[in-house]
Ligand binder design. Structure first.
Ligand SMILES: Cc1ncc(COP(=O)(O)O)c(C=O)c1O
Length: 290
């Protein structure tokens, strides 16, 4: 391929392009892929296997149409954190398939349960850095949710195309949000670490409460601020279960079907310990009534 066609190949979406999406996934990824004209191939996983992407599963899923793999660690909705060894194994697969680019969404990088470390694929496999695109932002680590500011790092020609696209759609990030982000990135990380420590306590509270419930299957979340238990034992689809939780015990949780897994529900621990305890009690009351 000539340099010009490599560039065109990177910044356009040729017909039949396919995005490889480990499931469960953050719900915007498939829609973003479809908006760009790509199809989506889901790579399913489950609580029993810790919601992990297996290298052999990735290898088997790649076809000549595969253009992009999306990785999200720490992950929404499962809280799974990819280890360095897992990233190395994924990188080994990618080395055999030079047409596959990778987006690594690392927005929860500072929210890690004790014993877990965040690794960037771009640092683990620097030889692949020309096809790794790292996404991050301020909404989680700095709790600047709603400020709509983040960043994308990767090869210059793609960043240029992304900037052009953004300038014709949302125009730019509004000025006060840019100054807020500047203060966040250049200031002390003390507030980030203090918040992450607080989340560790809340995540443990949620995890222990769910582990104590019969009939749930839970991979203990390793990061982010969610838990994603498998509730299929109760025989309801996730939407019905969530609607009934809301109507019958006043508990709002998100159906797993939105994240590509109808067996599960997503609970958030971005709430006070008292609210988490109250939510756990409501969930237990409802499940006991089934
Ligand atoms: C995995 C993941 N990536 C990106 C985002 C988007 O963050 P922002 O609020 O900065 O748009 C979210 C928000 O929920 C998320 O969970």
């Amino acid at each position: 391929m000539s340099a010009a066609s490599v560039q065109a190949n990177r910044i356009s979406t040729p017909r039949n392009s396919s995005v490889l999406l480990p499931a469960p996934y953050w719900l915007s990824y498939p829609e973003i892929a479809r908006m760009a004209g790509a199809s989506v191939k889901e790579l399913p996983s489950d609580a029993d296997q810790g919601f992990r992407l297996k290298p052999e599963q990735l290898e088997a899923a790649i076809t000549p149409a595969s253009r992009l793999l999306v990785l999200n660690s720490p992950g929404n909705p499962t809280g799974m954190v990819l280890s360095r060894a897992e990233l190395e194994a994924i990188a080994n697969v990618l080395r055999r398939h030079p047409q596959v680019l990778v987006v690594c969404d690392e927005i929860y990088e500072f929210l890690l349960a004790p014993g877990h470390t965040h690794h960037s694929l771009a640092a683990v496999a620097p030889d692949l850095s020309d096809r790794i695109f790292t996404v991050n932002g301020f909404a989680k680590g700095w709790a600047m949710t709603g400020w709509r500011i983040g960043w994308l790092a990767g090869a210059q020609e793609v960043i240029g195309a992304a900037s052009a696209l953004q300038s014709q759609t949302t125009s730019n990030v509004c000025t006060f949000a840019q100054f807020g982000a500047l203060a966040a990135i250049s200031g002390s990380r003390q507030c980030v670490h203090a918040m992450a420590a607080e989340f560790n306590g809340r995540r443990s509270l949620l995890t222990e409460g769910l582990m104590a419930m019969e009939g749930l299957k839970l991979m203990a979340p390793e990061g982010a601020f969610y838990a994603f238990p498998d509730v299929s034992h109760f025989g309801l689809d996730s939407m019905t279960l969530c609607n009934r939780l809301l109507d019958e015990v006043g508990l709002a949780v998100v159906p797993g079907v939105a994240f590509g897994d109808d067996r599960c529900i997503r609970l958030s621990c971005a709430a006070s310990p008292a609210t988490i305890e109250d939510g756990l009690e409501r969930l237990q009351r409802f499940l006991s009534s089934l």
